[in-house]
Design a protein around this ligand. Structure first.
Ligand SMILES: Nc1ncnc2c1ncn2[C@@H]1O[C@H](COP(=O)(O)OP(=O)(O)O)[C@@H](O)[C@H]1O
Ligand SMILES: [Mg+2]
Length: 280
């Protein structure tokens, strides 16, 4: 990154601080473990928020293993790599799914995908700031794991939605991701969704286990956003390349995601009110 870009980041970051309360909030959907349902959740959650009248930008940050275009059955016309290579502006890589739901797709198996650094991730978020006034929420689907790029993405976000499943391995990985974020000395509002639950009790117990470990060892408790049932219609919706909420809106998992979206809007409103009070 040259000096001019570094200066631009500095200036835009100053601007970001001033405008923050009116801008879209950035929500990262992440998990330690792979296959917990991040892409399924992020896409259906973003769609559900858009149906609640919110203007949403959904971004695929699973660099070079992008899945969102498959799930949404859309041809990706532009990809993030073109922004990272400075060939296109952020506005130029946005695609429409519907009036209220816009997308930035990732790449898939691009052998020339540029090597990313923490500074380039920061640059992406600073550039994103130019368009945040057009949206209510920016939802980011993440890669699995806790590498330094994912941590940098989370540090640049306003909210983290941790997706875990009831399996102890997934809970452990969600705990580790939380621990790494805290060790970076960064406090972000954390929510938990327990996906693929075989019963409400299983979801509740899983959340309690994760929450107790976070409280005991990290002195930091996440907020429960909800549980999502294991539902064969989820599998079916992915095979059919349809959004569950759009095409099987009566299914149990779809209704649970709609409830989670409504609950999230309330939490975000409270957080926004508190922030406005502080900045006044
Ligand atoms: N609630 C659910 N019920 C049944 N299957 C699910 C559920 N959530 C996700 N899946 C399945 O889990 C797999 C992984 O989901 P995906 O969203 O790709 O995970 P990730 O993005 O975290 O790697 C998919 O094949 C999907 O069908
Ligand atoms: Mg995924």
């Amino acid at each position: 990154m040259n000096n001019q870009t570094a200066r631009l980041i500095e200036l835009l970051q100053l601007e970001k601080k001033e405008k923050r309360t009116n801008n879209a909030k950035v929500i990262s959907v992440a998990s330690g473990k792979g296959g917990t349902g991040k892409t399924f959740f992020a896409s259906n959650f973003a769609y559900s928020l858009s149906k609640e009248g919110k203007k949403i930008l959904l971004i695929d940050f699973d660099f070079n293993l992008s899945n969102l275009n498959i799930v949404l059955n859309q041809k990706s016309e532009n990809a993030l790599s073109e922004f990272f290579e400075q060939k296109k502006s952020i506005e130029e890589i946005i695609q429409l799914y519907s009036q209220n739901l816009h997308l930035i797709y990732g790449d898939s198996g691009n052998e020339f995908f540029p090597k990313l650094s923490k500074e380039i991730i920061d640059y992406f978020f600073v550039s994103l700031n130019k368009i945040t006034s057009q949206y209510d929420f920016i939802v980011i689907d993440s890669a699995a794991g806790a590498n330094e790029l994912t941590l940098r993405q989370l540090i640049n976000s306003d909210f983290l939605i941790l997706i875990t499943t009831p399996e102890p391995t997934a809970i452990m990985d969600a705990y580790v991701l939380t621990k790494l974020l805290i060790s970076e000395n960064f406090s972000i509002q954390k929510f938990v969704v327990v996906n693929k639950c075989t019963s409400k009790d299983e979801g509740e117990n899983s959340f309690q286990n994760l929450s107790a470990a976070c409280k005991h060892f990290l002195n930091d408790e996440p907020t429960k956003l909800g549980t999502i049932s294991f539902d064969i219609l989820v599998h079916q919706s992915i095979v059919n390349q349809e959004l569950l909420i759009e095409n099987s809106s009566e299914s149990k998992a779809a209704n649970e995601i709609i409830d989670i979206s409504k609950k999230f809007i309330e939490f975000a409103q409270v957080a926004n009110n508190n922030q406005s009070k502080i900045s006044r």
